[in-house]
Design a protein around this ligand. Structure first.
Ligand SMILES: Nc1ncnc2c1ncn2[C@@H]1O[C@H](COP(=O)(O)OP(=O)(O)OP(=O)(O)O)[C@@H](O)[C@H]1O
Ligand SMILES: [Mg+2]
Length: 277
């Protein structure tokens, strides 16, 4: 953990629609070349933290009301998300968003857009993604909407990798996937980190698997950091053990469940811009 940080989040607060506080005083550091976990249950503030870093919160009427975020030594204030992507900071959104009506390969091509590569470059990058995810090569002509959940997650990650990122903000890659597929995805993350030096800030409810791969982690609750440390330290935390490791009330198989209500609330908010009662 001695490397210079690629990302520093300094005491940030985020509010949605000017009245709903989502984060209060969150600070974290991602050392260059590391995998850092951001753990916590539903509504803890994981996605908000990632979107604050990528400057995507503004699209949801979110606002950074305090603190600052520094990526590779420069404050990200007012830097557009695509400019950050050009500089190597990309986000893989929660729910493995793909363009359902485009082929797997066209989804991947879109990821390279920020680099404006020439044809040869683009083809070389596609081949690289197919080496990382051989299954996507077999499925490259398939419409992404017909790909399996695991394949869609690979497309979402592959698309981010087409931007040749230095730091990937990865939001709940395990969500809704079978354990074996989750394992495969995490192995890929570990390989990219080890072989290509890609740094990751990885938001997850599934602490058990995440802490096998991350060197360091933070636990969020109610928009605050309530714990931090290396995997061993965090695994000793009562809050984490009870809530996310299956020994307490919420955990079943190592993760808490996304409730349909919370999804419904979120969709409602997106559609109407109001809170759901
Ligand atoms: N677009 C939005 N408008 C208003 N409030 C929001 C919005 N998005 C999130 N929130 C609220 O901000 C808080 C943090 O939500 P966030 O989505 O960051 O949590 P999370 O840790 O990612 O949860 P999950 O595990 O369910 O994805 C919650 O109280 C949530 O209801
Ligand atoms: Mg989330």
């Amino acid at each position: 953990m001695s490397a210079a940080p690629i990302l520093q989040v300094e005491d940030i607060a985020v509010t949605y629609s000017q009245l709903i506080p989502a984060l209060r005083g969150v600070s974290l550091t991602v050392p260059s070349g590391s995998i850092v976990a951001l753990l916590g249950g539903n509504g803890a503030g994981k996605t908000t933290t990632l979107k604050a870093v990528s400057n995507l919160i503004r699209a949801e009427r979110g606002e950074l009301t305090a603190g600052r975020i520094v990526y590779r030594g420069d404050a990200t204030t007012d830097v557009e998300p695509w400019t950050l992507a050009e500089r190597g900071l990309v986000q893989v959104l929660e729910g493995r968003r793909c363009f359902a009506r485009l082929s797997v390969e066209d989804n991947l091509r879109l990821g390279a857009f920020v680099r404006r590569p020439d044809r040869a470059d683009l083809e070389a990058d596609l081949e690289r993604i197919y080496r990382i995810f051989p299954r996507l090569k077999e499925r490259r002509k398939t419409l992404a909407g017909y790909a399996s959940g695991g394949e869609q997650q690979m497309v979402a990650i592959g698309r981010a990798l087409m931007a040749r990122p230095s730091l990937v903000l990865l939001d709940e890659p395990s969500m809704g996937l079978a354990p074996q597929v989750v394992e495969e995805i995490f192995e890929t993350v570990a390989a990219l980190n080890r072989d290509d030096g890609v740094s990751f800030l990885l938001a997850e409810q599934n602490a058990a698997i995440t802490l096998r791969y991350a060197q360091f982690g933070y636990v969020l609750e109610g928009g605050r950091v309530v714990g931090k440390g290396n995997a061993q330290t965090l695994l000793q935390l009562d809050t984490l053990r009870d809530a996310y490791l299956g020994s307490g009330k919420a955990g079943i198989d190592g993760r808490t469940r996304k409730s349909h209500r919370s999804r419904g609330q979120r969709e409602h908010r997106k559609l109407t811009g109001t809170a759901f009662r």
